[in-house]
Design a protein around this ligand. Structure first.
Ligand code: XIL
Length: 315
């Protein structure tokens, strides 16, 4: 059975999934599907700061290393996720405990140490995650409050110094089409480029919900970032729905997955399309969006849904 991976190889696209490393160790069918269906993987959690440095000064790379080794053994690329975020930071990292200068030094060390640890083994880094609000204003985070908006340029420069070959991405949600948030990214990228900051990629998470519809101008948006010299990637695609499912929602889900894939295939430099989990058995959606689910192309029993076949046929 050919699967998504064979089709993506033919199309010259990286097709990926977020990986739950606990499931990878415990669940053989999940592990086999991860290897069979994808030529790229992203750690769903284990490269986040909270997970790699739970105690200040003590790194734990074990879970992430296991995934990177799995990827190497299976001929897969690794997307690193994520270096600078407002969420899933260690509990010791607070504004009360450190001055702004200390926070800046901590961020710099975090980026240097993590990117160096995976140097040559991680080909993309989501350097920053979710830095803007939907209205295009800066998200109020520990980094913005203490370092100002220049933290973004710093983060990209530090990551580039640590691994000059890695492609460095901005990443966010609700930035598929042309809107206030993607406009903010467009202005930021222009500024970063003018300052010669090493930024290489525009990351579109792609967390869709059938009840909100499918953004129709994703291709137009990707193209304007390409015109600034960036490549792009769909980094966390899933399409949730209010439960229970019905045939209309299932069809809307097909169109959500497909619209984003078509935009990526039609863009000139959209290099990868990653699912945020490929099976409902481990999807993050039900625990975060109450009453919603069925957001991935395979159900709880790894049985293929219409969305799976749609992706495979479009590739
Ligand atoms: C989510 C994971 O899937 C969950 O397991 C975790 O509890 C919280 O984070 N945007 C991102 C991802 O960039 O890192 C998030 O992942 C989903 C939303």
């Amino acid at each position: 059975d050919p699967g998504l991976r064979v089709a993506a190889d033919r199309a010259g696209l990286r097709i990926g999934t977020a990986v739950d490393t606990t499931a990878l160790a415990a669940d053989a069918p999940y592990r086999e599907a991860t290897a069979h269906e994808f030529n790229s993987v992203t750690p769903e959690n284990v490269m986040k700061w909270q997970l790699v440095e739970p105690v200040q000064g003590t790194y734990d790379w074990a879970a992430a290393d296991t995934l990177v080794d799995f990827a190497r053994a299976n001929g897969q690329k690794v997307r690193g996720h994520t270096l600078v975020w407002h969420s899933q930071n260690p509990s010791w990292l607070t504004e009360d405990a450190f001055t702004p200068a200390e926070l800046r030094a901590l961020l710099r060390k975090h980026i240097f140490d993590e990117v160096s640890h995976f140097k040559g083994r991680v080909y993309h880094w989501d350097v920053t995650n979710e830095i803007f609000n939907d209205d295009g204003t800066w998200r109020d985070t520990i980094w913005l409050r203490n370092l100002g908006p220049g933290y973004v340029a710093d983060a990209f420069r530090w990551a580039h110094q640590a691994d000059p070959r890695a492609k460095l991405y901005l990443n966010d949600y609700n930035n598929e089409g042309v809107n206030a948030k993607s406009d903010a990214y467009y202005r930021l990228v222009k500024e970063l480029k003018a300052q010669r900051v090493p930024v290489h990629g525009y990351g579109v998470q792609g967390h869709l919900a059938v009840q909100y519809g499918v953004p129709g101008d994703t291709l137009t948006n990707l193209r304007r970032f390409e015109a600034l010299g960036l490549e792009s990637a769909l980094t966390e695609v899933d399409v949730r729905m209010p439960l229970p499912t019905d045939p209309i929602k299932v069809q809307a889900q097909v169109s959500g997955f497909n619209t984003l894939l078509q935009a990526c295939l039609l863009a000139r430099r959209c290099v990868s399309y990653t699912l945020w989990g490929f099976t409902d058995r481990y999807s993050w959606v039900p625990s975060v969006f109450s009453g919603q689910g069925s957001a991935t192309p395979l159900d709880e029993n790894l049985v293929r849904k219409p969305a799976y076949y749609a992706l495979r046929d479009t590739l």
